[in-house]
Write a protein that binds this ligand. Structure first.
Ligand SMILES: [Mn+2]
Length: 395
């Protein structure tokens, strides 16, 4: 009899949890591991952050590209496991799985972000993990099309939550998109950096030419003749040239885009002239020693202004001491703490979508340094997004 009474009280606890957390509940969430491990037929199995099937931050998995295309969301994580555009270490195809593994502990205490004063998981937005875009490892041209189609399919949908009103004027917010509709935000887990060309093509279909904030030790605006030598049309599109092509295609807003953490060697200073022509300002990694994170944040905000912005983060912007598992590591980078501070400094900017790329878990330490850094960096991005509606007050 006692056993039966315990079982029914556990069922009541489980029902209260699912009511409290709605769609934001981490998958199969129970508050403590000593909640029931088995609640009988029709119930999910109990799960704690170190167990179970892993999505980003244990968010609900929605099969957005296949059988659940009608489930609306505000922010979606999606993997793009492509790494056949790399020049040095391959392995970023395992990035999405690695970043998800590194993200498991994000909601252990609930997910409240102290410096930004927000809990993105309890902000009222519907945030989901859509799994991965199917990507072929045999044909880059085909794979790049797959990535664009998958991203575009998600981005073209209508956001779940209404935009609401401006916090200062109280005026109704209007979408930033060209079609005047409110679109969801997508956070893509790479994959090597090549994926940003198809991602920007998708972004362009909704927002037109976009300002880009790009954290990377490398320029990635190289001409194909300089980076890889371009023996074929396919080889000409790779993780060092995708911004060159994006610029050629008119996808990047010239003058309001900026690189941060640059410290690569060059073929010559001509690479910087070519970078200027591609529309970017530059912040060198070493500037952190003179102007600090505050100065870097100031430069970025002055460059981007209040334009809609796409955020692309190469994990190699962080020093390999903190994030060794990447395709083309460069010493002399920022610490994980410094990058996180700079990202929090983007609070209030209209970040329409974002990615993190070049995480290659095979080169990580047993302590999961790189995948954990990638997940924590995205926690800052998610927090900034949750604080700032993707809308403007009508002129
Ligand atoms: Mn890079």
């Amino acid at each position: 009899m006692l056993k039966l009474a315990l079982v029914s009280s556990f069922v009541a606890i489980a029902a209260a949890h699912s009511h409290d957390h709605h769609d934001q509940a981490p998958m199969d969430y129970v508050r403590f591991p000593y909640d029931p491990i088995f609640r009988g037929a029709g119930e999910v199995t109990a799960d704690s952050v170190f167990s179970g099937i892993t999505t980003f931050a244990k968010l609900p998995w929605v099969q957005c590209l296949t059988r659940e295309q009608d489930v609306p969301f505000d922010i979606a994580f999606i993997g793009a496991p492509f790494d056949t555009g790399t020049s040095y270490r391959p392995g970023a195809r395992f990035g999405p799985a690695g970043i998800r593994a590194g993200s498991r502990r994000l909601t252990l205490y609930g997910g409240y972000n102290v410096p930004l004063d927000v809990n993105p998981f309890q902000s009222g937005l519907r945030i989901v993990d859509c799994g991965d875009i199917p990507v072929t490892p045999y044909d880059n041209k085909f794979a790049i099309q797959q990535i664009e189609d998958g991203h575009r399919s998600l981005l073209q949908r209508k956001a779940f939550s209404p935009l609401g009103n401006d916090s200062i004027t109280g005026a109704q917010l209007e979408p930033l998109s060209l079609d005047g509709k409110s679109h969801p935000r997508i956070i893509t887990l790479g994959g090597d950096h090549t994926i940003v060309l198809p991602l920007l093509r998708s972004i362009n279909s909704v927002y037109g030419p976009i300002s880009v904030i790009h954290f990377d030790s490398h320029l990635d605006t190289w001409k194909p003749s300089v980076f890889g030598g371009a023996p074929s049309d396919q080889a000409a599109i790779n993780h060092g040239t995708y911004f060159y092509w994006a610029s050629q295609e008119g996808l990047i807003q010239n003058g309001t885009s900026i690189h941060g953490a640059i410290r690569t060697t060059l073929s010559s200073l001509e690479d910087y002239h070519n970078d200027d022509a591609s529309g970017f300002q530059r912040i060198e990694a070493r500037e952190i020693d003179t102007i600090g994170t505050d100065g870097i944040i100031k430069k970025i905000r002055e460059t981007v202004g209040d334009t809609p912005v796409y955020l692309s983060i190469d994990i190699d912007s962080i020093d390999p001491a903190f994030a060794p598992a990447t395709g083309t590591p460069e010493t002399g980078g920022w610490s994980t703490r410094e990058l996180r501070t700079i990202l929090r400094g983007l609070d209030g900017l209209h970040i329409v979508s974002a990615d993190i790329v070049e995480v290659a878990p095979a080169y990580d330490t047993n302590a999961e340094l790189t995948t954990m850094a990638a997940a924590d960096v995205l926690f800052e991005v998610l927090s900034v997004m949750a604080k700032t509606p993707l809308g403007k007050v009508a002129a």
